[in-house]
Design a protein around this ligand. Structure first.
Ligand code: WQD
Length: 342
């Protein structure tokens, strides 16, 4: 039996492939390399000693997706990461996001029905909550009108899966609503590889510290928070990866309470932008060049998870700290910067 990981060469996908292999699962990766590079396969192999099967496939190409499932008859579960995820880009290119994030999900689910594959883990996001009414956020918090087409594709994706699970009782799925994934594998063999100018905070921090970016812009220090900067729930990508294996095994072992469940995957702690900056400087002994600028459109003030449901039902809890994540992120940045300078 194999596990298919779509988007398995991406940031969270590659760390999840490592976690799956470490638990003894055979993995096959589909990735269209639109936001990743083939050398991630080498990084995974260096960590686990096992080179995953890989096929460069674009899930928008329906005949190719069908052919893939015709050839791979031993897939017992799917973890679906493949999607476009740049919030800002989605505002300017909504149709690319609806085609790539929704169309491909439908093709995958159709193949699962036709081929009798029953276990599905969906990569969702805390972005579905928008600006929360209360904190910490529980899974029963209202899903707000999305701030971006990207966020809307995650909301729509969950609804498509919910309807599918109602229509097909044998179909079992779990949506994991990630908070803010950061860090890298402690080995330094895989990590975040933002192509172009990083949109997210921590890769911009590490690239500034590495001298690739001149200065980090802090988007606003006039929020109603203790230090004026926005607050997020930053979770180590290794913890996040492990939550996918735990969720998939819940489905394999038929332990789910219903055939569509949703879990917040965060640390349960909120940290501000300034806390990230100061902690990064402290754990890595570097000085970060930053400046305060205006707020970024679409940003919420504060969001962090209530993770008690995942703890109770999945028996999962984040165990790594923000310090671990910022140390691992810097270790990874130094390794890729060194390679680039060769
Ligand atoms: C974090 C904080 C910024 C960059 C997004 C998506 C979410 C998920 C994670 C996919 C905010 C501030 C950032 C910078 C800054 N992605 N910041 N300077 O926006 O919370 O979440 O990425 O699933 O869905 O919405 O993450 O890292 O972009 O920002 O001050 O150069 O850092 O304003 O307060 P975000 P982020």
């Amino acid at each position: 039996m194999k596990v298919l990981v779509t988007g398995g060469l991406g940031f969270i996908g590659s760390h999840t492939v490592v976690a799956l292999q470490e638990k003894g699962y055979d993995v096959v990766i589909i990735d269209n390399l639109s936001n990743s590079v083939i050398s991630v396969l080498d990084g995974i192999t260096r960590i686990t000693g096992i080179r995953p099967e890989f096929e460069a496939i674009d899930l928008r190409d329906k005949p190719v997706v069908i052919d893939f499932f015709d050839r791979h008859k031993d897939i017992g579960g799917i973890i679906h990461f493949a999607a476009s995820k740049a919030v800002n880009e989605s505002v300017h290119k909504p149709l690319l996001y609806y085609e790539n994030n929704i169309g491909t999900l439908v093709y995958l689910l159709q193949q699962m029905q036709e081929k009798g594959i029953e276990n599905f883990i969906f990569s969702s996001s805390c972005t579905v909550y928008g600006e929360p009414d209360s904190l910490p956020i529980t899974e029963s918090a209202p899903v707000k009108p999305a701030f971006s087409p990207y966020g809307n594709t995650k909301q729509i994706g969950e609804e498509i899966i919910r309807d599918t699970s109602k229509a097909y009782p044998e179909f079992k799925s779990i949506a994991l609503r990630y908070f803010n994934p950061i860090g890298a594998h402690p080995s330094g063999h895989i990590g975040e590889l933002p192509l172009g100018v990083p949109q997210n905070l921590v890769p911009f921090v590490t690239q500034t510290a590495a001298g690739i970016r001149e200065v980090l812009s802090v988007f606003g220090d006039d929020y109603p928070t203790p230090d004026g900067t926005a607050i997020r729930d930053y979770i180590h990508v290794v913890d996040l990866a492990e939550s996918h294996v735990v969720a998939l095994e819940r489905l394999f072992d038929n332990k789910q309470k219903s055939n569509f469940e949703i879990f917040n995957i965060g640390t349960g702690r909120g940290s501000s932008v300034m806390e990230i900056i100061k902690t990064f400087e402290k754990v890595n002994g570097v000085k970060l060049n930053y400046k305060i600028v205006g707020r970024r459109e679409g940003d919420v003030t504060a969001v962090w998870a209530d993770t008690s449901l995942a703890e109770k039902e999945l028996g999962w809890k984040a165990r790594l700290t923000m310090e671990d994540a910022l140390r691992d992120a810097w270790h990874w940045q130094q390794k890729i910067s060194a390679k680039k300078n060769v």
